[in-house]
Write a protein that binds this ligand. Sequence first.
Ligand code: C5P
Length: 285
Amino acid sequence: MTIVTEKAPAKLNLTLDVLSKRPDGYHDLQSVMQTVSLCDEITLQIGTGKPWEVRCDTEGVPCDSRNLVWKAAEVFFEALGENPAGLDIHILKRIPSQAGMGGGSADAAAVFRALNRHYGEPYAPLELAELGARVGSDVPFCVIGGTVMCEGRGERMRPLDAMPGCQIVIIKPDFPVSTPALFRAIDSEEISIRPDNASMEQAIAAGDLKRISGLMCNVFEPVVSKDHPEIRRFRSIAMACGALGCQMTGSGSACFALLDSREKAEKLADVLKAEFSSVFLAEPV
Ligand code: C5P
């Protein structure tokens, strides 16, 4: 039996635009995604000689074939044409669920990377990402990580220059958001403000954190914040504490702020802790 460990960094959407509904029911997106240091940790025991098992101490995480890590392992071994003779996947969870931070996708991506390493890198990173698309929309990005322009359902990826180093404060408000319901809601609304992804790419290439912060835009945020004043409250606290910009990530409900110093980030986190139960500090990775 071999034990393999892998970090599973969370994702944030610096921009998120919903373009059109496709015949398959999904939507074409355009989004600049970024991995951050807030991460789960995956431990695989390969060749346990026992039935497959998924273990996680966090409540609400499915510990069976419904978990994306299970699906990732199935897809990997099917493609490889091997049987691992027993597999145990342990998930140490730090990324909040129902947050728009791709927690389940990050775990699945970590399983792909860990298995690929264990079996001597049979797949190049983009091939591995392609396998990831069979598991979930955000998995291909999570396999690659970094700063990436993602299109289609998320499977068409163009790596960008790494975004400049900065401090990120993340909150996870207590309410969950249903992603399918949010897509339905946005189908019935006129989207009035969309991200300028071309300018965002230029700002990233120039390493201009201030400009990046000003160009952040997520078309889902106005829809969610209409019913949830917590998001507007987060914005006003973050900006008053010197954030360069802030935004909801993915379909929410987590929101993040970008700052240019650790000191300001720690101060903001302290202020937020008085009102929000889940507050995290992170950096781009
Ligand atoms: O891919 P994931 O399982 O996260 O998607 C959850 C739901 O969100 C889908 O079933 C679909 O209703 C919606 N969705 C979509 N277009 C996307 C991604 C998700 O309509 N690109």
